[in-house]
Design a protein around this ligand. Structure first.
Ligand code: ADP
Ligand code: MG
Length: 628
C-alpha cells in the first residue's frame, strides 16, 4: 500500500500530460490497443509452438466494435490474457513507474517528445478518448481467475473478480464527451485501415451487433436498431514480410496498386531485407515522376512490425529518394521522438546509408544488365540519379558510372563516354573542354543548328533539376565547362584559334553598331560587331551563361539567389559583320531605311528565339509586308 501511495503523489498529473503531449493525434489510441491485442495473440501462438500452452488456440481474430448508444469502443482478443497479478504488474506498476519517471523528467525537459517515446505508455493512450476504461481478462494459465480492472483516468483503479469465461482480453473504452466523433463506423474504419491494414493477426471490425439510430418514435425519442457487420480488414502477410524469391512481378505490382490505386505502374522496385546490424524490411518503388513533385513526396509508409506509424519518413529515407513510393518496416526506428533526436540516432543513420547503397546497386545492376531498357527509362530515373548525385557524395561516386547524358539526336552516353566523344572537337584553345547543352529544343533551334553545323554535339538538359546538376558536374569534371548553346554566338561558344576576321573597316563597324542601337532602342541589349562565318545568322541574341544560370537558380532556389532574379534581363546582340545583309544595310539609300533594315534583322533574330511577341510582333509583320 505504501508503494501505491508513493506513486500516486507523483502521478497525479500524468493524464493531463499524456493527453496534451503524448501523441498529437488522438486517433492512435486505437493503434496502441489493437497492437497490444495482436501482441497478446502472437504470444499465445508462440507459447503453443513452444509446447507451453496445450489448449486449443481456436479462432484468433482480434475484434474491434463500438456501440453508439452506450458510447463504448471495445477491442477484444483471444490472446494470452492476464491474471490480476499481471494486471498489477504490467498495467499499473510499469506504466505508473514509467509515468513517475516521466513526470520527473518532464519538469525540466525542453522538448517533451524527446522523453515520451522512452516510456511504454501505449495502453494509457486509451485515456485520450475515454473517461473510463475497463479490462476484462482471463489468462491462458490453468486455474486462472478472470479479472476486471477499471480506471477513470485518475490514479484510482479497482481490480475485482471477473466473469470472462474464455481466454483473452476485452478492453472497453467509455468514450468521453470530447471524443464522440470516434463513435462512428467510417471514422473507426478509416483509422483501422490506416494503422492496422497489415497487422499479422486478422482484425475484424464490428462483429458484435452495433446499435445504430433508426429514426424517432411517436414521442420523438430516438429509436435504435442492431446491425451485424463482419469483415476482416487486414492482410496478415504483406509482401515485404515475404522472401523475394517467393514473389513474382505481379505480386509487387498488385501491392503497389493496393497502396496507390490511382497510380501508373512503377518503373521498378527494390526489396529491402536486412537483419543485421539493424532490422529493416520493405519494398521501395520508383514511380513515374510527374511534374508536381510536392504531390508525390511523402508517399513512403513507415511501419514497425507491421503496425503503420507514419508517412513522414524524412531523415530515415535520404532526401533525394523522397519521391519513391512503398513501405519500410523497422522496429529499430525510435518512435514518438523529435526530429533532432531521430537525426542523431545511430540506427537511423545506418538505415539511411543502407537505403542509398541499395538504390545505387539496383540502378547499377539495371544499367549493366540491359542498357537499352535503362536508357528508355532514363527520363524518369534520371531525376533520382541527378538529385542523388547532387545531394550525396557517396551516391555520386557510384552514380557517375550509370548517369547518362542525352544529346539532341537521342543518343545516350555515360560521363566517361561523352568526354571521349567530344574531346577532339570541343576542346577550346586553352585546353578547356566545353559541353554544349540546350534547355529548350524548340526555342534554341537555330543555335543548335549552328552548333551541329560546326560538328559540335549538343546535350539536352531540360528537366527542373538540370540547373543544379550542370553546376554540380561542372565542379566535379576536370577542365570542363558547360555552356548553354544560346549563351554566345557559335564562334565564341568554344573559342578556337582560327576565327573569321571581321571584314568591315573600323568606321563601318562603328556605324553598323550605331544603326542597330538606334533600331533596337533598348539599353538592356548590348550590341557588338563580330567576325562570324557568312553562313551564320546576321543577328544573334544571347544571354551570358553565367548571368542566365544565376537567374535560373533564383527562380528555382530563392534564398540569396533571388537577388539575381530581380535584375533586368540583359542580352547581348551579336551582329555578323561578314553577313551580306550588313553590307546591304550599309549601302541603303538613307538612314531611315538603314535603321528599318537593321530593325528587321533584329526582329528576325528575336522571332527565331521566340522572343518577339505582342505589339512588336504586329509591327514586325506590318514592316515585313511593306518591305516585300
Ligand atoms: P507495451 O505494449 O509497449 O508493452 P503498453 O502500455 O501498450 O506497453 O502495454 C503494457 C503491458 O500490458 C503489455 O506489455 C502487456 O504485458 C500488457 N497488455 C496490454 N494489453 C494487453 C492485452 N490485450 N492482453 C494481454 N496483455 C496486455
Ligand atoms: Mg503496447
Amino acid at each position: 500500500m505504501q508503494e501505491k501511495g508513493t506513486i500516486s503523489i507523483h502521478t497525479e498529473n500524468i493524464f493531463p500530460i499524456i493527453k496534451k503531449f503524448l501523441y498529437s493525434d488522438h486517433e492512435i489510441f486505437l493503434r496502441e490497443l489493437v497492437s497490444n491485442a495482436v501482441d497478446a495473440t502472437q504470444k499465445i501462438k508462440r507459447l503453443a509452438t513452444l509446447g507451453q500452452y496445450a489448449g486449443e488456440l481456436g479462432d484468433l481474430t482480434v475484434e474491434v466494435s463500438f456501440d453508439e448508444k452506450k458510447k463504448t469502443i471495445t477491442i477484444s482478443d483471444k490472446g494470452l490474457g492476464m491474471t490480476a497479478e499481471e494486471i498489477k504488474k504490467y498495467i499499473n506498476q510499469i506504466a505508473f513507474s514509467g509515468a513517475t519517471e516521466f513526470v520527473e523528467k518532464f519538469k525540466d525537459a525542453k522538448d517533451a517528445n524527446e522523453i515520451i517515446g522512452k516510456f511504454g505508455l501505449g495502453f494509457y493512450s486509451a485515456f485520450m478518448v475515454a473517461k473510463n476504461v475497463e479490462i476484462h481478462t482471463l489468462s491462458y494459465q490453468e486455474g486462472s481467475e478472470p479479472a476486471i480492472w477499471t480506471c477513470d483516468g485518475s490514479t484510482e483503479f479497482e481490480i475485482k473478480k471477473g466473469k470472462k469465461k474464455s481466454r483473452g482480453t476485452d478492453i472497453i473504452l467509455h468514450v468521453n464527451e470530447d471524443s464522440v466523433e470516434f463513435l462512428d463506423k467510417w471514422k473507426l474504419q478509416g483509422i483501422l485501415d490506416k494503422y492496422c491494414k497489415f497487422l499479422p493477426i486478422p482484425i475484424k471490425f464490428g462483429t458484435k451487433s452495433e446499435s445504430v439510430e433508426d429514426g424517432v418514435d411517436d414521442k420523438g425519442e430516438k429509436k435504435w436498431k442492431s446491425v451485424e457487420v463482419d469483415n476482416i480488414l487486414n492482410t496478415t502477410a504483406p509482401i515485404w514480410t515475404k522472401s523475394p524469391s517467393d514473389l513474382q512481378d505481379e505480386d509487387y505490382l498488385a501491392f503497389y496498386k493496393s497502396l496507390y490505386p490511382m497510380s501508373e505502374d512503377p518503373l521498378f522496385w527494390i526489396h529491402l531485407n536486412v537483419d543485421y546490424p539493424f532490422n529493416l524490411t520493405g519494398v521501395l518503388y520508383f514511380p513515374k515522376v510527374k511534374n508536381d513533385f510536392e504531390l508525390q513526396r511523402n508517399k513512403i509508409k513507415l511501419f514497425s512490425r507491421q503496425v503503420f506509424i507514419t508517412d513522414e519518413v524524412k531523415d530515415i529515407v535520404p532526401e533525394f529518394l523522397m519521391l519513391l513510393h512503398g513501405v519500410i518496416d523497422s522496429p529499430d526506428i525510435p518512435l514518438n521522438v523529435s526530429r533532432s533526436f531521430l537525426q542523431a540516432d545511430g540506427n537511423v543513420k545506418k538505415i539511411n546509408n543502407y537505403i542509398t547503397k541499395k538504390v545505387a546497386d539496383k540502378l547499377s545492376e539495371l544499367f549493366k544488365k540491359d542498357r537499352k531498357a535503362y536508357e528508355a527509362k532514363w527520363n524518369d530515373i534520371g531525376l533520382f540519379v541527378k538529385y542523388g548525385m547532387i545531394s550525396e557524395e557517396k551516391f555520386y561516386e557510384k552514380g557517375k558510372e550509370f548517369t547518362l547524358l542525352k544529346n539532341t539526336k537521342e543518343e545516350y552516353f555515360t560521363l566517361d563516354e561523352y568526354r571521349e566523344k567530344v574531346l577532339p572537337t570541343q576542346t577550346d584553345k586553352s585546353e578547356q573542354l566545353v559541353y554544349l547543352y540546350s534547355t529548350d529544343l524548340k526555342k534554341q533551334d537555330s543555335f543548335i543548328d549552328s552548333a551541329l553545323k560546326k560538328e559540335y554535339d549538343v546535350l539536352v538538359l531540360d528537366s527542373p533539376i538540370d540547373n543544379h546538376f550542370i553546376q554540380h558536374i561542372e565542379s566535379k569534371l576536370e577542365k570542363t565547362q558547360l555552356k548553354r548553346v544560346d549563351s554566345d554566338v557559335v564562334e565564341k561558344l568554344i573559342q578556337k584559334d582560327s576565327t573569321y576576321a571581321n571584314l568591315l573597316t573600323e568606321d563601318q563597324s562603328k556605324s553598323v553598331k550605331e544603326l542597330f542601337e538606334k533600331a533596337i532602342a533598348n539599353k538592356t541589349y548590348t550590341v557588338d560587331i563580330e567576325g562570324l562565318s557568312p553562313e551564320e545568322m546576321p543577328v544573334t541574341i544571347t544571354m551570358e551563361e553565367w548571368m542566365r544560370r544565376m537567374k535560373d537558380m533564383a527562380q528555382t532556389g530563392g534564398g540569396p539567389m533571388s537577388f539575381y532574379g530581380s535584375l533586368p534581363d540583359s542580352y547581348k546582340v551579336a551582329i555578323n559583320g561578314n553577313h551580306p545583309l550588313v553590307d546591304k544595310i550599309l549601302k541603303a539609300e538613307n538612314e531611315e531605311s538603314q535603321v528599318k533594315l537593321a530593325k528587321q534583322a533584329f526582329d528576325l533574330a528575336l522571332l527565331s528565339q521566340g522572343l518577339l511577341t505582342g505589339k512588336d510582333l504586329t509591327a514586325f509583320v506590318k514592316r515585313s509586308v511593306e518591305l516585300i
